[in-house]
Design a protein around this ligand. Sequence first.
Ligand SMILES: Cc1ncc(COP(=O)(O)O)c(C=O)c1O
Length: 424
Amino acid sequence: MTDFLDRFKHSVAPVLAFDTDIHAERAEGIWVYDTEGTRYADFACGTAVTNLGHNHPAVVSAAQDQLAKLTHAGCVFRYDSIVDVAEKLAEITPDGIEMFGFANSGAEAVEAAVKLAKYTTKRQGVIVFRGAFHGRTMGSVSYTTSNAKYRNGYHPILSSVWVAPFPHPYRWGMSEEAATDLALDELARMFKHEVTPQNIAAFLVEPVQGEGGYYPAPQRFLQALRDLADEHGIMLIFDEVQTGFGRTASWFAADHYGIAPDIIALGKGIANGMPLSAYGASRDILSGWPVGSHGTTYGGNPVACAAASAVIDTMGGLLDHAKALSEHAFERLAKLQAAHPTIGDVRGLGLMIGIELVKDHGSREPDAEAMRFLSEYGRKHELIIISCGPDGNIIRFIPPLITTMDELDRVLDVIDAGLTAYET
Ligand SMILES: Cc1ncc(COP(=O)(O)O)c(C=O)c1O
């Protein structure tokens, strides 16, 4: 163990942040096993990726079959698995999303989505929303404002990116209605003072802000963006990299709102751990992007695409269970909030739940120490949970969709007991 950690620290760049020092050996379902045989319920889902649990047999088998047949095609040869997954994506994504391009990571999908919007509208401006996370490449980090540290040391970043407020009712200490009014008023002021809508190619928005603190967009806010986009010829891009593939107990967060984007960016859960991401839009929009204006060597790799097809085939049957898990989790968390002064707010959509830990309900002062304590407590009780939010005080509660009701209850029991231990 020590030897492994020494070797790790000696040879792996420390800039890569690992949430734990657990030396993982294998994983199955909700469980990850370390080299000493200790198991941990992975409620971090490998940072919101393994929505079907680790090594889901259907995904493993599809990937293995494809691996043995054709591992790489590199945009030289055409192959079944890329067509299969594109056809399946068209069935499950919001209305109007008909064709897909593929990449390897969420950041790349976001960058492609923005490039597509700029090319299509022949405009250069992008409006993003404070608290968003869209990735760490130079383009995507220019759209990311969940935490200033992600941009620290990299200025100048991309220009013509405007940051508008995203409603954060709890943190702002106001109702959802008031926060929505404030955010929309600020957007109107931005159009009046800083940039005209005619310069804007895209609104880039997460329907539920993830890394920034698990804030679902209010319905009225998202609808206003859709209306403004229609009025001014702006493309509405939904970054569903984290919210997609069952995380909100629907295929996509857009389904909850009944609002369709012009362009969608997908990643994370798409292939349950195989590196794959995608961007989708209408046939009309994507047909106007000339050959070679964008491209990739590995994106849409045959094995990753086969895995993604298996994810889609499997996940449909789990969405009802995910809804039941979500309802139960919100019910129990409401009780825990009433019992624990440390829980300031519980919010989210489906199985994308933020539990905000504070020093006291009145001040809403973030309590990162409580989060650290709880992570450590969880680890001692076979549970891995990670945080989100700029203050490191929000439990990113993202159960795998295959979690049983009993397992969910046991995990909530651990959180309950951990908070009691912290508070006494
Ligand atoms: C909403 C969202 N967009 C984009 C990304 C970037 O994805 P990746 O780390 O795969 O580049 C993330 C990653 O956390 C994300 O949550």
